[in-house]
Design a protein around this ligand. Structure first.
Ligand SMILES: NC(=O)c1ccc[n+]([C@@H]2O[C@H](COP(=O)([O-])OP(=O)(O)OC[C@H]3O[C@@H](n4cnc5c(N)ncnc54)[C@H](O)[C@@H]3O)[C@@H](O)[C@H]2O)c1
Ligand SMILES: O=C(O)C[C@H](O)C(=O)O
Length: 329
């Protein structure tokens, strides 16, 4: 039986991340090797021509799973019937800029997009916000979509998760495939907290395997938390291929499930777990199954972790207040 194609809307399709992302969606990495997709690309008017060029290249790949590409500068058209929405289009951070500086510039983009999702997306819509500041942009879009279940709006911390896995693998001389149960808590920003106290390296507790508190506090955490800025400094542009890869991982895991004995990190609306105020879109350890996620419960949080989780969550609360003040919530 031929499966109905899944409509995947990508905003900012002509940008750097878009260019790295679209080809992988079309080749089956987002949803699975047997799932046909239709791409709906949203750009601003100045980006339409470049999006058309990318669409020509997508055609030229003759991807068997790609069943159509529509391009629009109207969110009401681009989100019509969307099953998955990847909100990438935003203004990227440039050298010396903190993510907070972007709140006002990008807030205006996510409110109308949330409203268009509310009015036109399919009932099973799943939204991933990549554009920064991702957690608070997701909150803005969610607030503008009162008819969509709040938990369908998520923000990307999978890139941070993958960065942390890689750093830990390198430190312990272990393959990435042997690292499990790592957690990113809080905001996708320099305050995020990559937590290895419950992680495992080849089945052993990661903090014990590392056995080096100074490395954890002074090297690992800052390296992961400031990796985005380090990439901007080195490349002169923000991370693109690794961000696209993380977006693929986030949605693939959400739809297809986490492996037994492991979890992942997602920015999701808090239900109050671990003392994170309800409603903030904060990163948590989650397991996924049948297209739904659940926060991993019952983890013991030591003082070192508590302090860092609280600091990042405080920043999220401040961002929420700031966008409230701007009338975006
Ligand atoms: N969450 C993460 O881990 C993570 C990682 C890397 C980058 N990012 C963020 O992703 C975003 C995109 O990065 P990029 O490198 O692709 O930037 P880019 O500037 O190359 O591309 C952004 C694209 O978005 C388009 N755009 C702007 N406003 C739009 C709107 N209202 N509707 C549709 N399209 C719109 C632009 O025309 C442009 O083509 C940035 O905010 C960046 O900071 C997030
Ligand atoms: O840090 C940035 O501004 C880009 C992105 O969010 C990243 O983490 O690479």
């Amino acid at each position: 039986m031929t499966r109905t194609p899944v409509n995947v809307t990508v905003t900012g399709a002509a940008g750097q991340i878009g260019y790295a992302l679209l080809f992988r969606i079309a080749s089956g990495h987002l949803l699975g090797a047997d799932v046909p997709v239709k791409l709906r690309l949203l750009e601003i008017p100045q980006g339409l021509k470049a999006a058309e060029g990318t669409a020509m290249e997508l055609d030229d790949c003759a991807f068997p799973l790609l069943r159509g590409i529509d391009i629009s500068d109207d969110p009401n058209v681009a989100f019509d019937g969307a099953n998955v929405a990847l909100l990438v289009g935003a203004r990227p951070r440039t050298k010396g800029m903190e993510r907070g500086d972007l709140l006002e510039a990008n807030g205006g983009i996510f409110k109308p997009q949330g409203a268009a999702i509310n009015a036109h997306a399919a009932d099973d819509i799943k939204v991933l916000v990549v554009g920064n500041p991702a957690n608070t942009n997701a909150l803005i879009a969610q607030a503008a979509a009162p008819d969509v279940p709040a938990e369908r709006f998520t923000a990307m911390t999978r890139l941070d998760h993958n960065r942390a896995v890689s750093q830990l693998a390198q430190k312990t001389g272990t393959p990435v495939s042997e690292i499990r149960k790592l957690t990113i808590w809080g905001n996708h920003s320099a305050t995020q907290y990559p937590d290895i106290f419950h992680a495992e390296v080849a089945g052993k507790n990661a903090a014990e395997a590392v056995g080096d508190q100074a490395w954890l506090a002074d090297t690992f955490i800052p390296t992961v938390a400031k990796r985005g800025a380090a990439i901007i400094e080195a490349r002169g542009a923000s991370s693109a291929a690794s961000a696209a890869n993380a977006a693929i991982d986030h949605v693939h895991t959400w739809v297809n499930g986490t492996a037994a004995g492991d979890w992942t990190s997602m920015g999701i609306p808090s239900d109050g777990s671990y003392g994170v105020p309800e409603g903030l879109i904060s990163s948590f350890p989650v397991t996924t199954k049948d297209g739904k996620y659940e926060i991993v419960q019952g983890l013991e949080i030591n003082d070192f972790s508590r302090e860092r989780i609280d600091a990042s969550v405080r920043e999220l609360s401040e961002e929420r207040e700031a966008v409230r003040g701007l009338g975006l919530l």
